[in-house]
Write a new protein. Structure first.
Length: 149
């Protein structure tokens, strides 16, 4: 057997050339088909794109009306609970937010209570002092909140 390319035998070269020729023909056919489809549907697409802003504006207006009507009903449960929590416990919410922003938990910090697991939570003993927190793991934080620890 004669070697045509360093890595290909004659048979492999023939297959390569055939596939390359087929791919080129296929691309040409695809391009022709795409152009035909584009020109056949051009007018309809242009009309749809021109009407799109009007449709969006109408949708927004109807959405605003229905949103105002059913504001409380459509609000996600988590957002409702957060709003209620803020209203019922403003001092607690403020302390938690301040601690979240100011006190960073460095990777590898151990729980201050059990000293076994990594600290992931900040526990406030007194919400009037938002920066005085205990860095603890989830289990210990749950116990502290329940009064078990």
């Amino acid at each position: 057997m004669r070697v045509v390319n360093k890595n290909r035998t004659e048979e492999q070269q023939k297959k390569y050339e055939y596939n390359k020729k087929w791919n080129d023909e296929h691309k040409e056919k695809c391009n022709e088909y795409c152009l035909k489809y584009y020109y056949a549907n051009k007018d309809g697409k242009i009309k749809a794109y021109r009407q799109l802003p009007r449709v969006i504006i109408q949708m927004r207006e109807t959405d605003k009306k229905s949103y105002e009507k059913n504001k409380e009903k459509n609000m996600p449960k988590k957002a409702q609970r957060t709003r209620e929590f803020r209203f019922l416990y403003p001092e607690k919410y403020f302390a938690q937010c301040k601690a979240l922003k100011e006190i960073k938990i460095v990777k590898g910090t151990q729980c201050e209570i059990c000293k076994k697991e990594l600290a992931k939570d900040r526990h406030h003993k007194d919400y009037s002092k938002p920066l005085e927190v205990v860095l603890c793991c989830r289990k210990c934080h749950y116990k502290l909140n329940e009064g078990l620890a």
